[in-house]
Structures are given as structure tokens and as C-alpha cells.
Design a binder for this molecule. Structure first.
Ligand SMILES: O=C(O)CCC(=O)C(=O)O
Length: 203
């Protein structure tokens, strides 16, 4: 995997996009492998006191010592499959970031989506680096500034890698809106570096 290039789709500071981080064949093989072999879950969230299943499937993979509220509350923590461990090692070396957790999303078709949010949980630190790899159907990612009207859209192609770092989470939100007519699935891998659990011991 190469270091992402300067961004051809004119993204704001803190976002950089590489369209062909993985070859088409590798992306396809990996997509089918993960679709069939990960332990997918569909967590429930509460919105205004009402429970809803989220509109996508997820799998959270992490080192055993990772302290991440996201996983603790809703998702089982899974061990690293070899193929994803190898990818995280390559990404960690290339970007000089010790990735220790991975949230995987499976969008079964264009009706599955993700709402506006920032990945700004405390465990990720003040300026987190997140490496987001896309496999399968192309989807549009929307980005908007939190305090002005600046908006961007980026087409996430299969095999691409979007890096979010710097103040991207402090200053912007992102979302993956529905694309009602899309029939094909997509998998997204977001590699993260989370705080570690404090070791408890008694003497
Ligand atoms: O599917 C995507 O590209 C977006 C994923 C995302 O925003 C997230 O995992 O926080």
C-alpha cells in the first residue's frame, strides 16, 4: 500500500484520498472473503428514547488491550483475521501510526447508510488519524464543516484509501447517505489508533 497522493478531488485540510491503494482483483477477493467470514452484527441504538437497529452491519476488531467505548457498549470485540492484520501492519508502517482497532461496515445495498458524525471519541485522541479503505460498490461520502457552509462530496472507489487526520474530526462531520437505486454491497474498513486500557494490578 502506497502513501496517499495529493488529493485530486479537492478535499479540505486533513483529508487525503488515494483511488488505487489496492488493485481491483485484490479488492474484490478481499470483499468476498470478509463478507463471508466476518462475524457481522447489527447493533441497536437509541434515538430520542426509541431503539432502532442501525442501517448497516458491523464488525469491530481490536487488540485485546484497546479501550474504546464504541465497542464496549454495542459491539463484540473480534480478533484480527490474518489478512486484516497484514493490512494494518502495512498501513501502520506507511503512515507511522500504531493502528490497534478496526471498525468494519457492510452496506448491503444503497439503502444502508451512515448519518452525520465525527470520529471524535476521547479514546482516539485530539487529532486522530483514521485510514478508511473501501471495497465493492462505489459510494459518495459527504463532508461538511461544523461552523460554516463548506461542503464536499467524494466518490469512494473500490480499492481506495481515504486518510482523515489533523483537525478533520474537530472541524468537520462526514456521512454516507442512502443511494436508493444502488443494488450492490460495499465494505468499509476504518483503521483507528485507540488509547490502551490501564493495567490493573495489586501488590
Ligand atoms: O463507510 C464509510 O466510508 C464511512 C465510515 C465512517 O464514517 C466511520 O466508520 O466512521
Amino acid at each position: 500500500m502506497q502513501r496517499p497522493n495529493a488529493n485530486p478531488q479537492l478535499l479540505p485540510n486533513g483529508f487525503s484520498y488515494q483511488s488505487r491503494a489496492l488493485s481491483a482483483q485484490k479488492s474484490l477477493d478481499l470483499f468476498y472473503y470478509l463478507q463471508q467470514n466476518l462475524n457481522w452484527q447489527q447493533p441497536t441504538i437509541k434515538v430520542y428514547g426509541k431503539s432502532h437497529v442501525i442501517p448497516r452491519l458491523q464488525c469491530f476488531i481490536a487488540d485485546r488491550n484497546v479501550n474504546y467505548g464504541y465497542s464496549g457498549s454495542k459491539l463484540r470485540v473480534e480478533p484480527w483475521p490474518n489478512v486484516l492484520d497484514a493490512m494494518r501492519i502495512r498501513l501502520s508502517k506507511t503512515l507511522a501510526i500504531p493502528f490497534n482497532a478496526l471498525l468494519v461496515n457492510l452496506y448491503r445495498d444503497g439503502k444502508d447508510c451512515m448519518g452525520w458524525h465525527s470520529d471524535d471519541e476521547e479514546e482516539l485522541g485530539a487529532q486522530p488519524t483514521i485510514a478508511s479503505v473501501s471495497l465493492g460498490a462505489e459510494r459518495i461520502l459527504k463532508i461538511k464543516h461544523k461552523h460554516n457552509n463548506e461542503q464536499h462530496s467524494i466518490v469512494l472507489q473500490s480499492g481506495s484509501c481515504l486518510i482523515m487526520n489533523g483537525f478533520s474530526q474537530r472541524d468537520y462531520q462526514h456521512s454516507l447517505p442512502k443511494q436508493q437505486r444502488l443494488k450492490h454491497p460495499r465494505i468499509n474498513l476504518t483503521f483507528r489508533s485507540c488509547a490502551k486500557k490501564e493495567i490493573e494490578f495489586c501488590l
